[in-house]
Design a protein around this ligand. Structure first.
Ligand SMILES: [Zn+2]
Length: 436
């Protein structure tokens, strides 16, 4: 295919609204966003992992030639990755590992496919809970990894973590309690095609973490017209009641909290910062970061991401989500994986447990629809907004304290529920109040 003419890289009107096609994956040592401002403003490229050492630049064919014309130095990351570290499992081998784990721990694990990737690979999610094939009333938690196919560390850590949960059931009291009283979902690979190709985008060269509905430009959350893998994750999320989640990336080491798309404070900013710090302080390298104080950062303050999964998850599904960057190398030497697992294992368990810091309502009818106003009454009175719900349960993760939940169903008088949320405990089957 003929490379785009240089001028056309800077003159693609309206492209800022669409997703960028990624054929070139470049690293620019020493560059700042200002060095490539023309390309960013034209909406031709996206940047990622901006640091004091440089940045990553993603875009269509011709970007490298454009940089040559500006005398900017860059490395071709795909070419480097294709020639190194061949010892990782293929996506097919990851599927086999997950199937083996489901067979090994049938009492607590159930492997489900939520759809197929562009190339027909199953998008697998491991559900881990007591009675894993039954939908019980328990807080719902999830981890999703490797939506960027080249950010592989989280896929390996997710598989290892699933195995550790299996081994710990019945032998480790905290793991046992968590599995008994939580519905845990772990998706090690959201972009298996990208991982097989060792590239950021999916098989259509699209960045899945720029393809979700986004509050600053979309008024509704519809899967129509989005990338296949994003559509499947959107439908999966809509079918569940996730209250807390994290998604795993690589390229640096930091815990990143919302918002990503705008500079305003998140309604639960202090709380989500606390959870991010909780992750970071259990990971020595993250806690000791020289780039990010305390090992955490606000998304937008680092760099703006539009169309990311993190913001979408909270805005449309009341699912508080953070983004964990697990390793400086996106595709590290395979022999380093056990070290990354050791560094993150306690954080993975800590963060999962936080889904019990919350409260919910369970209705006696299957399909209830309305909104719930959340008001903190102690330690300080605070209005925390109104949240839409649909189905037979609602659950929200919140800092410890006392709350009033005002349930507003269509054509019915509002009902008030008083709840108390404590820190550091696992509530038997979650902290739910039953209503008819
Ligand atoms: Zn990423």
């Amino acid at each position: 295919m003929k490379p785009l003419a240089l001028f056309s890289l800077l003159a693609l009107p309206g492209l800022a609204m669409a997703s960028v096609t990624i054929h070139e994956e470049l690293y620019l040592p020493g560059a700042t966003p200002e060095s490539v401002r023309e390309l960013i403003d034209a909406g031709t490229v996206e940047i990622d992992h901006v640091s004091s050492e440089g940045l990553e630049l993603y875009g269509p064919r011709g970007i490298g030639r454009y940089l040559d014309s500006k005398n900017l130095v860059y490395l071709d990351m795909r070419a480097i990755r294709k020639n190194t570290f061949a010892d990782y499992p293929s996506s097919k081998e990851i599927v086999e590992k997950l199937q083996a784990l489901a067979r090994k721990y049938p009492r607590i694990m159930s492997l489900v496919s939520i759809g197929k990737s562009v190339k027909g690979n199953d998008l697998l999610v491991m559900k881990i809970s007591d009675n894993p094939t039954v939908d019980e009333v328990e807080p719902e938690f999830k981890y999703i990894s490797s939506m960027h196919g080249d950010e592989i560390t989280g896929r390996e850590l997710s598989v290892e973590f699933i195995d550790e949960l299996g081994r710990g059931y019945g032998t480790n009291s905290e793991i046992t309690e968590l599995i008994n009283h939580t519905e845990i979902y772990i998706m090690p690979s959201m972009n298996p095609d990208g991982s097989d190709l060792r590239q950021r985008g999916n098989a259509s060269f699209k960045d899945l973490n720029r393809n979700f509905p986004e509050m600053t430009r979309d008024t509704e959350s519809t899967p129509v017209g989005r990338e296949t893998e994003v559509q499947h994750v959107m439908r999966f999320q809509a079918s569940r009641q996730f209250a807390l989640s994290a998604n795993f990336h690589g390229g640096t080491i930091v815990a990143n909290y919302p918002w990503d798309a705008k500079y305003d404070a998140h309604p639960l900013e202090d709380f989500v910062k606390e959870l991010s710090l909780g992750w970071a302080e259990r990971n020595p390298e993250m806690a000791g970061s020289t780039e990010f104080p305390g090992g955490i950062t606000n998304g937008a303050a680092w760099y703006i991401v539009k169309g990311g999964m993190q913001d979408w998850s909270y805005v449309w599904h009341n699912d508080l989500q953070i983004t964990i960057e697990l390793s400086h190398q996106k595709w590290p030497n395979y022999s380093e994986i056990p070290k990354f697992y050791q560094d993150n294992r306690d954080s993975m368990l800590y963060f999962m447990k936080q889904v019990h810091r919350g409260a919910g309502v369970k209705f006696g009818r299957p399909s209830v629809e309305g909104t719930i106003d959340v008001t903190q009454t102690a330690p300080a009175p605070k209005n925390l907004g109104s949240y839409a719900f649909k189905g037979s349960e609602f659950f929200k993760v919140l800092p410890e304290g006392e709350y009033k939940l005002t349930v507003r169903e269509k054509n019915a008088a509002p009902k008030e529920v008083s709840v108390r949320i404590e820190k550091d405990r696992i509530y038997p089957n979650g902290n739910y109040t039953r209503l008819n």
